[in-house]
Write a protein that binds this ligand. Sequence first.
Ligand code: TRP
Length: 345
Amino acid sequence: MAQPINRVFSGVQPTGNLHLGNYLGAIRKFVAMQESHECIYCVVDLHAITADLVQDNLKQQTREIAAAFVASGIDPKSHIVFNQSQVREHAELAWMFNCVARMGWLQRMTQFKEKAGKNAQNASVGLFTYPNLMAADILLYRATHVPVGDDQKQHLELTRDIAAKFNHDFAKRIKEAGHGEDGYFPITEPIIEGPATRVMSLRDGSKKMSKSEPSDMSRINLTDSADDIAKKIRKAKTDPDPLPDNLEDLKGRPEAENLVGIYAALNDVTPDKVVAEYAGQQFGTFKPALAELAVEKLAPINTEMRKLMDDKAHMDGILEDGAARAREIAQQTMKEVRSIFGFLG
Ligand code: TRP
């Protein structure tokens, strides 16, 4: 079977609230790619149990991510939206990739080192092999492009290494089975660039906006009301200087730079244009403008998300339908992969 040439896959974990960083850095990119690609967007619930085994409200968190996808403009009919655990083939291919990937490759993963911290001996084996499951997510659909944040770059490189080793070690069988000269799995391209891939904390411009920061004032959640959004922007940390007329002079002012970046991304313009427009203005002027813009862009998403979340049966139906269509592709891949490995049956 020929490989697809423009299939997108990406995943988001159902752990904690989605915030503006997830929206501008990932989900908005997912929306844009629908025009030109066949897209598969997955709520990666199997990944959610790698760090904390016992998850409260996994079902609800899963629905929330899927609702955010749909509310942001992902069309679950023309594309696929589903949750990972409903398609068993993810776990099966991940097992096989446990045998393709080398210990040394995984031991280099910086995210594992960060997440496991000092107590790596007590981290789950799943946290260690997490990147193999991620590679399985992508390659199960032979996806060619993966929009992700820059923190996932190393995992994408590992996915490429797994695909290349599989293609190399099984080259003869892959050719004999008629899959062509380029190997069975594509060498997937990460798509990392784009506006505002890094949205920083509203309380500390040197830290990424994150669901794990204790203060809720540090982030704008997609479920925040218009009042909350306005309040958080009004209280965001800044410095006493007015905005400069060029980006160079924003260097060394991380909080100011972050707010300008958020404004630019929400309004789909370059940061240059924002400083040109607000040159010499105080934050007393800029912050209300940013708050108004943020509410204007996020309120419709928020409203639609709430509507979707209120209708669980509808949301679950979207995920089941997506899973059924994902499963069809996944089952075909696994049939071919089992045959390449040489399993009986
Ligand atoms: N590891 C990704 C993250 O934390 C989530 C993820 C899992 C993913 N599987 C994926 C992203 C496949 C892209 C493609 O952001």
